[in-house]
Design a binder for this molecule. Sequence first.
Ligand code: AMP
Ligand code: MN
Ligand code: MN
Ligand code: MN
Length: 283
Amino acid sequence: MQGVDLHTHSNISDGTLTPELLVQTAIEKGIHTLALTDHDTMDGLKIAEQVAKNQPIQIISGVEISSQWSRPATQKSYGVHIVALNIKNPEPLQALLEEQKKIRAERAKQICDLLTPLIGFDIYADVIAKVDGEADRITRTHIAKTLVDKGVVARPQQAFDKYIKEGKKAYVKFDGLGLEETIKIIHESQGFAVLAHPTRYDLSATNIRYLIEIFAQFGGDAVELPPYIEAASTRQMVDRMIEQFNLKVSVGSDFHGDNMPWIKLGNIPKVKEGQVGIWESFS
Ligand code: AMP
Ligand code: MN
Ligand code: MN
Ligand code: MN
């Protein structure tokens, strides 16, 4: 189990390492199974696979999809990230990702337009410069970093807390594909659907349990184990849900390079006895 990391970002999305450097760093760290899971894009995979050729590392094709779910009783919809892994037939997913990229580009412009009256100037051109002019790669991390560059806030986290996280004035929801459809398309692509970081959505314990339950009902394959820093009781709750719904587990660091320097590549939680790793199903 050591040497596996199934959730990582390159600078194709909001990581800081190029796909080449990510793979090289992983090899140096003794990682033998690495999934590149950029936000709503698989564009870094080809290079990662090329670099990994004849090296002691296997690249697992992946992508982290911005999806959403809702509780019928409340009408409210919540964002959720679904990691697709080991994709054997990329066409259905690629078609979905083209739509997701359009949403991403339009949303970035909307966020910047909402920010303009709040901060007194338009940062869109500077945000675009951070992604080589490719607007469909813009994440809120890029917007947060631009707000730091411009002296609006001191640290990226403050940009989220003051302006762009849910509930703040420049927040724009990612209106992505629903959870059930997302899982269906991942399966059409012969990949595995993994519920990413279930404890990182600011949900109540009740809603986390509900999310895991509907994820299982919709045919989801595995749940990502919470990182070490989570309380033991939180991990136990997730473990119980995994067991109850007969789900497999996935392990990933959610590495973002220097954008989140406290997260180390390959730093993954321990799998509990009896839990079955999704990587055992990879072909
Ligand atoms: P996006 O997909 O554009 O909504 O951007 C999501 C990314 O922003 C996540 O993958 C994190 O890397 C980062 N992020 C989301 N929420 C926060 C937060 N509250 N504080 C810091 N970073 C965050
Ligand atoms: Mn991210
Ligand atoms: Mn995520
Ligand atoms: Mn991620």
